[in-house]
Design a protein around this ligand. Structure first.
Ligand SMILES: Nc1ncnc2c1ncn2[C@@H]1O[C@H](COP(=O)(O)OP(=O)(O)OP(=O)(O)O)[C@@H](O)[C@H]1O
Ligand SMILES: [Mg+2]
Length: 235
């Protein structure tokens, strides 16, 4: 489904991604874990076409994404919920969620795509007519994820979906991600906190200073002492 190979990205002359490779299979839930500044958001932005790599390849179902514009990559079926959530304050919750149904028409009707978003985050249905600027941080995250889901994507990229949220809201977001996965969408999540990685993740990658230092099942992540130090924040 998504195949990233040997991605090298420089920003202002510094090597920020150093041969990053990762794979997400159809229906898989994969996590990219790394400390602040490790290169998670840069990886996502590069996949979405917002940064040009020096070298490497990015393909969705064998379709080369390099040199496509972000809107073209979204139309091919990659939904993106960025770290900053970016909910449109002047639009209602329902309008925010419906936006991608206009930009990427699919076989699934708009009303059904909106209904799926509320199935994943039931609380949002009560806030349908509320303005985007009248939402809490947790609700903004939900709208951002719900909107990416309403794209009817093949793959969802969620950049730190639980970051900055109170512990009380985190289970709601994790439950929403679980139901997105049950709907059959492939999901790639960036996380800086290993404790927030859903225990149903199929695979984990650990990124450190722009390099992938671990790839494998979540249960194996602490087997290498150097990797354990990074994910436990002591390195
Ligand atoms: N626009 C930019 N200009 C200069 N440096 C940047 C820019 N964007 C990212 N960087 C640098 O690239 C590195 C990786 O940043 P990135 O945002 O990808 O990390 P991250 O893993 O998402 O971190 P966080 O957990 O804090 O979100 C950092 O050292 C950061 O300072
Ligand atoms: Mg980030």
């Amino acid at each position: 489904m998504l195949s990233v190979k040997d991605l090298i990205v420089h920003i202002d002359g510094s090597a920020i991604l150093r041969r990053v490779s990762l794979q997400v299979g159809a229906g898989e839930l994969v996590c990219l874990v790394g400390r602040n500044g490790a290169g998670k958001s840069t990886t996502f932005r590069t996949i979405m076409g917002a940064r040009r790599p020096v070298s490497g390849t990015i393909a969705l179902e064998g379709h080369n994404l390099l040199h496509l514009a972000p809107f073209e990559i979204a139309r091919l079926g990659i939904g993106f919920a960025p770290e900053e959530s970016e909910v449109f304050g002047d639009l209602t919750v329902a309008e925010n969620i419906l936006l991608p149904t206009w930009t990427r028409p699919t076989a699934r009707p708009a009303a059904e795509r909106e209904a799926l978003a509320y199935r994943v985050f039931p609380r949002l249905e009560r806030y349908r007519e509320r303005g985007g600027q009248q939402l809490s941080g947790g609700e903004r995250k939900m709208v951002s994820i719900a909107r990416a889901l309403a794209l009817d994507p093949k793959l969802l990229l969620l950049d730190e979906p639980t970051e900055g949220l109170s512990p009380a809201v985190v289970p709601t977001i994790v439950a929403g991600i679980a139901s997105i996965r049950e709907l059959g969408h492939a999901v790639l999540i960036a996380e800086s906190n290993l404790n927030h990685v859903p225990d149903f993740a199929d695979r984990l990658y650990v990124i450190e200073r722009g390099e992938i230092i671990f790839a494998g099942p979540p249960a194996d992540v602490r087997k290498d002492a150097a990797v354990a130090r990074v994910v436990d924040g002591a390195g």
